[in-house]
Design a protein around this ligand. Sequence first.
Ligand code: DAH
Length: 367
Amino acid sequence: MTNDMSEIANLKAGLIADIEAADTLEALEALRVGAMGKSGVITGLLKTLGPMSPEERMEKGPPIQDLRESVTAALAEKKGALEQAALDAKLASEKVDMTLPADHGAQGSVHPVSQVMDELAEIFADLGFSVATGPEIEDDWHNFTALNIPETHPARAMHDTFYFPDEEGQKKMLLRTHTSPVQIRTMMTQEPPIRIIAPGRVYRSDSDATHTPMFHQIEGLVIDKGITLGHLKWTLETFLKAFFEREDIILRLRPSYFPFTEPSVEVDVGYTLTNGQRVIGGDGDAPGGGWLEVLGSGMVNRRVIEACGLDPDEWQGFAFGTGVDRLAMLKYGMNDLRAFFDGDLRWLKHYGFSALDVPTLSGGVGA
Ligand code: DAH
């Protein structure tokens, strides 16, 4: 019995030492099977208890049970320790270095035309204007006739129009040559007072460094009671100061002619020489300075108001129109319009805007 007892004590000491020395989960599992598996040492010892007399079992049972419990506890403890070590090692090897620069991948950019259109929408929204749209495939009446440019009017020759082939019994269709037909569509569908801008694509058969067959315009229209040229001048001045982000924008209004306005006004802004560069702003009559035409405008012609079914003695207003691409060129310094539509990635990267750049006045996500 003493012998048995010391054998069991030795066995226990040996197994526990082995368990403590195990350095992998696999080695530990092998030890568990060797001790407690179907034909393990401890399993074998437990089996010897069966055939014993109750007295003998009372005597030999407890050390064997103690052996089983101690080894089970040692296995569980070691298993926990090995698993924790494996997890620690994994965490250490997979550590994320937050100081590494982020990989942005390929990024697109916002085209200057889109950027400028957003800027214009922001500026005019602050002045109480909403954005109106109209079709690019337009009919002759909206594009010309209602705007007081009848069939034989010489002003039609100023617009090199893309016409669709005539169709029997159909209206004459064309690609709109300006955004002005949106004035007509708005007056015919909205009750005054009206304050809208209409940015969009327009088409003319024309191509050189400053003309492309497709380009962008923005139209403005205000219809209300008692509107004067003074309102027009204030609106354009406020708009151009906000757009060019300068307080010293000086306007020069020149008498002009558009069939849809009377009187008609062409608007120039002064530029000055700053470090040998032409910069928009300041008095264009200063030495080295000059004037750049930026807008066509005027008081809406009574005939146009009448064509839209409104009474011109009750409602007056002003309108203006200009090239969005041209405004972009003046503000951001490009000199060839054709590059706007070539889709050259190097140009887009250079002149494009980040999606997070926000229009001048909005104070959006970037602010
Ligand atoms: N529609 C004119 C053009 O394409 C621009 C324009 C001039 C629009 C005067 C207007 C305006 O609304 O009043 O050249």
